[in-house]
Design a protein around this ligand. Structure first.
Ligand SMILES: Cc1cc2nc3c(=O)[nH]c(=O)nc-3n(C[C@H](O)[C@H](O)[C@H](O)COP(=O)(O)OP(=O)(O)OC[C@H]3O[C@@H](n4cnc5c(N)ncnc54)[C@H](O)[C@@H]3O)c2cc1C
Length: 243
């Protein structure tokens, strides 16, 4: 009798049904299961994209799922272009209808239950994807929580996902988000610098809080160092670094 293949080892064929280019560096793919027909994951997890290399083995790259885990026939992925990157070149060459190979789901960063009254998401670049999935997947279960999200990008022209965040805000009475720009020009009226410079505003010393960090490793390191030095309960800090 043959040993059953673990579900995460099955190479899944999935079809790109829609492509959204938000900025020249940010592309979202809407992906639908082709074979097998369904795909189960938990919010916070990622998939491995198999990038053809022209050689026997593909290059494998991780991408966090950006959509609700209640959907069982597909998901959304947000890509940030890396100059000269193998997967970046492949993804930016795709057209709607392309069939991609994936394995997964992988990852152990999950939404912590029971949640604290305040949940803070800090992300940079395409790290918003994991957080968007957490919020979309939990908004009906935990609509009462105080959700706060800081989204770090460089310039005004790098801002994306505003309509998606507005949609969440319309559904959640206590959800606030702000972009933090590290290289804004003089016309920018919002927050400046790095996301880690703005966390004191969340009053996490008096409100029970869980932090979710995703994206740039340096941001994650800085936030963890600050919270740890303050004696914060580090089991309430959940992080996924993309680099
Ligand atoms: C758990 C996990 C989840 C991830 N989720 C996402 C996601 O949702 N969206 C997303 O866009 N990326 C995500 N990443 C990063 C992604 O897996 C790739 O590393 C990224 O897309 C670059 O791949 P590439 O093949 O284009 O570049 P490569 O060919 O691997 O690298 C090209 C060059 O760029 C450098 N480089 C690689 N990655 C980065 C980076 N992030 N920033 C700056 N320089 C880099 C390399 O050192 C190399 O010099 C995730 C990574 C992890 C570990």
């Amino acid at each position: 009798m043959s040993t059953p293949v673990h579900p995460t080892r099955i190479v899944r064929k999935m079809t790109v049904t829609k492509i959204c280019d938000y900025t020249p560096q940010i592309r979202e793919l809407f992906i639908s299961c082709t074979e097998p027909k369904d795909f189960e994951f938990r919010a916070g997890q990622f998939v491995m994209l198999h990038v053809p290399t022209g050689e026997a083995k593909p290059a494998l790259r991780a991408y966090s799922i950006a959509s609700t885990d209640q959907q069982r026939d597909g998901f959304r992925l947000v890509f940030k272009a890396v100059e000269g990157g193998i997967a970046s070149r492949y993804v930016w060459g795709l057209k709607e209808g392309a069939v991609l190979d994936f394995t997964g789901p992988f990852g152990r960063v999950f939404f912590k239950e029971p949640p604290t009254p305040q949940v803070v998401f800090l992300n940079t670049g395409s790290g918003v994807s994991q957080h968007f999935s957490f919020i979309e997947s939990n908004l009906r279960k935990h609509p009462e929580l105080r959700y706060r999200l800081l989204f770090g990008v460089r310039h005004q022209s790098d801002i994306y996902y505003e309509s998606e965040l507005q949609r969440l805000k319309a559904e959640l009475p206590n959800f606030e988000y702000q972009y933090v720009l590290s290289r804004a020009d003089d016309s920018w009226k919002g927050l400046r610098g790095y996301v880690q410079n703005h966390i004191d505003a969340f009053d996490y010393k008096s409100i029970d809080t869980t932090f979710y960090l995703c994206g740039n490793g340096a941001m994650i390191k800085d936030v963890k160092a600050k919270l740890s030095a303050e004696g914060f309960d580090m089991t309430r800090v959940l992080a996924e670094a993309f680099d």
